[in-house]
Design a protein around this ligand. Structure first.
Ligand code: GUN
Ligand code: ZN
Length: 447
């Protein structure tokens, strides 16, 4: 065993494959050790198994950390989030287009100041880690300095992160607009500097069709053709007013998705946030392209956009991902995002089993973002990004955990009752990136 090996003891759960949407998952799809050991070396998973099997063979003197009442799962992955919108969370009373104009664009203008962008990038990434999120696909602002700030802060923390500077050359305040040429040039400079550096990747990031001219979308498509394999992120069919506006701006296109397709943006590693109002034909085209629909439940309910049809998307063969979409979304926590996803499926007369919810937030998102050879589960060789969830984080969680009769109950309790308080520690490539103060487990007392 390598000299730097560390062992962690807790319950262990991770997905090895898609557990399916309905019914109990096949036991091939996951691994679960009620009392397990996770061995980490050189920033990667070395082995995992039952404590009863591994404890007797561990070398004497090996570092062993025991987290009782805890569940180790792979680090959460957020498939769509806006780092400059941390302060936009909880902006009252508007739907998408007014929310953008009244709250979001003013907040994003502050990122022209590189110092402000740098300070906010640190706060943002620390908040992700506090919530157990170890990877994300992130929108910056139109300012290249905002991407520079985020990549630098992610590099300092050794995070596996995908991000890009927004492309936006119309229908926004002057301070938030680039031009087709400047957006193209700045994106290329950022790609050369950051894409493939350490654990970082660059995503071409047109905000959405309505804030880009046809020329800007054409150049975004050319950029993707010039850099094969580069990810792309944008928004698609989030609200009815947005769709209506987009179709008036692009009257020659057959539907909203066709705008992106026409400019070469519908392809593998393309992530379309929302896809709330799309039909089966568009679903099939997204699936055929190997692109991804990012389900953003807290955002869709908060902004009143609509109810994503998870089952229709999956039945059409789309690789769906799960995302917070902060600041349209109301929580950075993927546990709370899973809970809201469950409620959205309930409102559509279906449900979301907790195995599938954890799949979406870990391995499913890793697959959707093309990161699954690196992260997403705890298979030996994977980068050791993991979260320690406290099954007893609150009095009610402890009480419900004691009543749990199955793994499904344990997972579902954490989804419905858990949030940032349930994150005991977050490890990035084998190193501790966040540790909850133990004194905060049950804060306060009745008086
Ligand atoms: N559509 C275009 N920009 C945005 C954004 O910042 N947030 C959300 N939710 N939708 C968008
Ligand atoms: Zn978004």
């Amino acid at each position: 065993m390598p000299a730097d090996t560390c062992a962690y003891r807790a319950s262990l759960f991770h997905l090895i494959d898609d557990p399916g949407l309905d019914g109990p998952p096949s036991s091939d799809a996951f691994e679960w050790f009620e009392d397990g050991i996770l061995l980490i070396s050189q920033g990667r998973v070395l082995a995992l198994g039952a404590a009863a099997d591994l404890l007797p063979v561990l070398p004497a003197g090996l570092s062993l950390t025991h987290w009782p009442d805890s569940l180790i799962v792979p680090g959460f992955i957020d498939a769509h989030i806006h780092f400059p919108q941390l302060d936009v969370i909880a902006s009252y009373g508007e739907q998408l287009l007014e929310w953008l104009n009244n709250y979001t664009f003013p907040a994003e203008q502050r990122f022209s100041d590189a110092g402000y962008a740098e300070a906010t990038a640190d706060v943002f990434l620390d908040e992700l880690l506090r919530c157990g999120t170890t990877s994300a696909m992130v929108f910056c602002t139109v300012h290249p300095a905002s991407a520079e700030a985020l990549f630098s802060a992610a590099e300092r923390r050794n995070l596996r992160l995908v991000a890009g500077k927004v492309l936006m050359d119309r229908h926004a305040p002057a301070g938030l607009c680039d031009t087709p040429e400047s957006g193209d040039r700045e994106s290329r400079e950022l790609i050369e500097r950051w894409h493939g550096r350490g654990r970082l990747e660059y995503a071409v990031t047109p905000r959405f069709a309505a804030t880009s001219t046809p020329e800007q979308l054409r150049l975004a498509g050319r950029l993707l053709a010039d850099y094969p394999g580069l990810p792309m992120q944008t928004h698609l069919a989030e609200s009815l007013a947005e769709i209506d506006w987009t179709l008036r701006l692009y009257p020659d296109r057959r539907d909203y998705l066709d705008v992106y397709d026409h400019y070469g943006l519908l392809r593998e590693r393309s992530v379309f946030a929302h896809c709330v109002h799309i039909d089966d034909d568009a679903r099939r085209r997204i699936a055929d392209a190997g692109a991804t629909a990012a389900f953003c439940p807290t955002s869709n309910t908060f902004l009143g956009s609509g109810l994503f049809d998870l089952h229709a998307a999956r039945e059409a063969g789309i690789q769906v991902s799960l995302a917070t979409d902060v600041g349209g979304g109301t929580s950075v926590s993927m546990l709370q995002t899973m809970a809201e996803a469950y409620k959205v499926t309930q409102l559509r007369g279906r449900s979301l089993n907790p195995f599938q919810a954890f799949y979406l937030a870990t391995l499913g998102n890793a697959r959707a973002l093309g990161l699954d050879t690196h992260v997403g589960n705890l298979q030996p060789g994977r980068e050791a990004d993991f979260v320690v969830l406290d099954r007893h984080a609150t009095p009610l969680l402890a009480r419900k955990d004691a009543l749990a009769k199955s793994l499904q109950d344990i997972l579902f309790n954490l989804i419905i009752l858990g949030d940032d308080r349930a994150v005991r520690a977050t490890h990035i490539a084998g190193r501790c990136g966040y540790q909850r103060p133990e004194s905060s487990r049950h804060e306060g007392r009745p008086c």
